[in-house]
Design a binder for this molecule. Structure first.
Ligand code: ZN
Length: 95
């Protein structure tokens, strides 16, 4: 492989691997829209039986890694075209 440098770049970040297919072959950078508030923030507690969309919300992100209002729902993320799945790197998620 001639693209050693590129591979090292990706490997170091280790964030652009699709969580579903575990590959970065079809992953590209994309601004993803996250939820305005998590169910926890909306209802103060997780409701039993509440069907949560598998989506990240603003209050679950590291405030330093996301934009200021009113753009806080748009985060730098990734998109896997095979799985039709958007995701963000772990460093954006609040610990
Ligand atoms: Zn995928």
């Amino acid at each position: 492989m001639e693209s050693t440098q590129v591979w090292e770049d990706i490997a170091m970040k280790n964030t652009d691997t699709c969580p579903k297919c575990c590959s970065n072959t079809h992953v590209r950078k994309k601004t993803v829209l996250i939820g305005r508030a998590s169910p926890k923030a909306l209802f103060l507690e997780e409701r039993a039986g509440y069907k949560r969309k598998d989506q990240l919300a603003v209050d679950e992100c590291n405030p330093e890694k996301i934009s200021d209002a009113p753009l806080e729902q748009f985060v730098e993320g990734y998109y896997c075209s095979v799985c039709d799945l958007g995701f963000v790197s772990d460093e954006i998620r609040a610990k």
